[in-house]
Design a protein around this ligand. Structure first.
Ligand code: GRG
Length: 348
C-alpha cells in the first residue's frame, strides 16, 4: 500500500481512543473484547521495552499512534470459539503477529518513502531510513522471541509467515507498472503480504488455546479468507473512496504502478474502456491521467467483478465457521468478513 505525503499531524492516539468500541467489526463487539483489547495494548507496549530510551521511542512510535490491532483480535476470538476466555499466552501470540505487521509497516514505509502512517509522521520521515529498518528488525526480533516462548510450532509458523510476507511483497514489486500483470500474480501477492498473517493469527489463537487439529485447520482457513477479503476491500476502496474517507490520497496504487484486482479485471474486459486504460498504464501518471484511469475503473464492471471475487472469499471464511461450535465468538467471526465487504458498498 502507498501512503499520504501530506503534512503530518503529530497527535498521538490516547489509550482511550485505541480502546474505543469500533462498530466496523463485529469482532470488536464481543463482550470480553474491551478488556481483551486492553490486555493486547499492554502486552504490545511491554513487548518493545528496551533499556535504550532512543530505541524505545522509535520502536513504540507507531504503537502509540493507534492501529486497529485486528490480528491479535482475531487470535483472541479464535481462541474463544469454545466459549472460554483467551489466556495471557493467546494474547501474547496475537501480539507476536501484530509486531510482525508493525515491522512490515516500518519497512513498507521506507520502500514507499511514506511520510504519514496512522496520522503521524512515519519512522523513516522522523528518524531516517536506517533507523526505520533497524527498528523494524527489532520488532521482528521481539515477535520471534514471544513466538519461541509459546513453543516450536508457533515459532516455526511465525518464521514461515515472515517469509510469506516478503514473498508477497516481492511479487508485487516485480510487477510494478506491469499492465500485463496476471490475476494469479495479484492473488499470490495479497495471499502472502496480507492474508497469511491473518491466517497465522487465527491459527496461533487455536494452537495456544489447545483446540483440536481440525478446528485449528478451520481457523487457519477462516483467517486466510478474512485476510483476502481485507486486502481486496482495501484495494477497491483505494479506487472508490475519496481522499477524505481514506485519510490518504485515493488512487495511489495506480499512480505507484500497483495494478490491483479492479484494474486487472477492467483490463480483462477487452473493450474500448480496457484499451483506453491500457494506454494510460505502464508508467507514472500525472494528475489528469490518474483521474482518467480512476474514472474508467470506477465506471466499468471490473469493479463489480472485484466485489464478487471478495464475496467468494467471504463465503469461504463463513463456511470455515461451520466447523466451529455455537458460541458468541463463532457468531462474531462469521459476521466479520461480510462486515468488511459491506464497507465497500458505502463508498461504491
Ligand atoms: C519485514 C515482515 C517484513 C516484511 C517485509 C514490506 C513487506 C515485506 C511487507 C509489507 C506488506 C504490507 C504493507 C501489506 C499490507 C498490509 C496491510 C493490509 C496494512 C494495513 O493493515 P491495517 O489496516 O493497519 O490492519 P492498522 O494501521 O490498523 O494496523
Amino acid at each position: 500500500m502507498r501512503h499520504s505525503s501530506t503534512t503530518p499531524s503529530l497527535s498521538v492516539v490516547s489509550q482511550e481512543e485505541v480502546l474505543a468500541p469500533n462498530a466496523t467489526s463485529p469482532l470488536l463487539a464481543l463482550a470480553s473484547m474491551m478488556s481483551d483489547r486492553a490486555r493486547i495494548e499492554s502486552a504490545m507496549r511491554d513487548a518493545v521495552v528496551t533499556p535504550d530510551s532512543y530505541l524505545n521511542e522509535i520502536a513504540s512510535h507507531l504503537i502509540v499512534a493507534g492501529g486497529k490491532r485486528l490480528r491479535p483480535v482475531l487470535a483472541v476470538a479464535g481462541a474463544q470459539i469454545l466459549g472460554s476466555e483467551a489466556s495471557h499466552d493467546v494474547v501474547r501470540g496475537g501480539v507476536s503477529c501484530e509486531l510482525v505487521h508493525l515491522g512490515s509497516l516500518y519497512h513498507d514505509d521506507v520502500m514507499d518513502e511514506a511520510d504519514i502512517r496512522r496520522g503521524v509522521e512515519t519512522v523513516n520521515a522522523k528518524w531516517g531510513n536506517l533507523q526505520a529498518i533497524l527498528a523494524g528488525d527489532f520488532l521482528l526480533s521481539r515477535a520471534s522471541e514471544i513466538a519461541a516462548s509459546l513453543g516450536t510450532e508457533v515459532a516455526g509458523l511465525l518464521a514461515r509467515t515472515i517469509g510469506w510476507l516478503c514473498e508477497g511483497q516481492i511479487e508485487e514489486l516485480r510487477h510494478t507498472y506491469d499492465a500485463g500483470r496476471t490475476e494469479s500474480s495479484y492473488f499470490a501477492s495479497i495471499r502472502g503480504k496480507t492474508a497469511s498473517l491473518y491466517g497465522t493469527a487465527a491459527r496461533i489463537g487455536g494452537i495456544v488455546a489447545g483446540h483440536d487439529r481440525p478446528m485449528i485447520e478451520s481457523l487457519t482457513e477462516y483467517g486466510d479468507g478474512y485476510g483476502m477479503v481485507f486486502q481486496i476491500v482495501d484495494d477497491i476502496l483505494d479506487i472508490t473512496a475519496t481522499d477524505e474517507q481514506l485519510g490518504k490520497p485515493a488512487g495511489h496504487d495506480i499512480v505507484e504502478g500497483v495494478y490491483t484486482l479492479p484494474v486487472l479485471l477492467t483490463l480483462a474486459l477487452g473493450n474500448s474502456a480496457a484499451d483506453e486504460l491500457d494506454d494510460l498504464l505502464g508508467s507514472p501518471l500525472d494528475a489528469s491521467q490518474q483521474e482518467k484511469a480512476l474514472a474508467i475503473v470506477r465506471s466499468n464492471v471490473g469493479l463489480a467483478a472485484a466485489v464478487e471475487t471478495a464475496q467468494d472469499y467471504v463465503a469461504r471464511a463463513e463456511s470455515a465457521c461451520d466447523d466451529f461450535p455455537d458460541s458468541e465468538a463463532t457468531v462474531a467471526l462469521r459476521a466479520a468478513p461480510r462486515a468488511l465487504l459491506d464497507s465497500v458498498s458505502v463508498h461504491a
